[in-house]
Design a protein around this ligand. Structure first.
Ligand SMILES: [Zn+2]
Length: 188
């Protein structure tokens, strides 16, 4: 997942229950004609039984270019991802870096459900000091670049996966229920 691929080359994708996504298409927002995966370039990430997709599409009928950001569930329903494209890509990148990307699916992945991860609780606002600088916005809310907790500096890492219980590594904390911050090497 280090470069963009033609999406048609990343298909089919298989879910653990055997469902396969062989084809992906979107109507062009300008001319309403169908734009197929071969006219899209981007990335796919299979994670927790959802296929996340971020791509740039170029309509072969009218030349219009548009972004595609969605998550496909094993019932083949397509869900809109309500994140700005840059943040969504950042999120995909941060998850791919963790080595959870399953393209192509690995054999052990087809054997069944993974146990649900334990719920992570947000750190109380009162215990946190936020940096003034922001890295962006999530649903209108400013995302501070960094925060301090128990004398340690934490840098913004990613937005928790939409619709799923947030997961944190040992060096990470959950803030405001959907921002994940990772402990920085440098002192606070
Ligand atoms: Zn078009």
């Amino acid at each position: 997942m280090t470069r963009n691929d033609r999406l048609s080359r990343l298909l089919p994708q298989r879910f653990a229950n055997g469902t396969q996504i062989r084809r992906f298409a979107k109507p062009c927002p300008r001319c309403s004609q169908t734009v197929e995966a071969r006219d899209m370039e981007g990335k796919m990430l299979m994670l927790d039984q959802k296929l996340f997709l971020a791509a740039h599409a170029a309509c072969p009928h009218c030349g219009h270019r548009f972004g595609v950001a969605c998550a496909i569930t094993a019932d083949k329903r397509v869900h809109r991802v309500r994140l700005p494209m840059w943040l969504y890509k950042l999120w995909m990148k941060s998850n791919a870096r963790r080595g959870v990307t399953l393209v192509p699916p690995e054999p052990e992945w087809q054997t069944g459900e993974e146990p649900a991860a334990p719920e992570v609780a947000s750190i109380a606002e009162a215990e946190l000091t936020f940096a003034d600088a922001i890295v962006g916005r999530f649903q209108g809310e400013a995302i501070p670049e960094a925060c301090e907790w128990q004398g340690q500096r934490y840098a913004f890492e990613r937005v928790a996966q939409p619709g799923l219980p947030p997961q944190c590594a040992d060096n990470e904390i959950l803030v405001r229920s959907h921002f994940v911050y990772a402990r920085s090497a440098e002192p606070a």
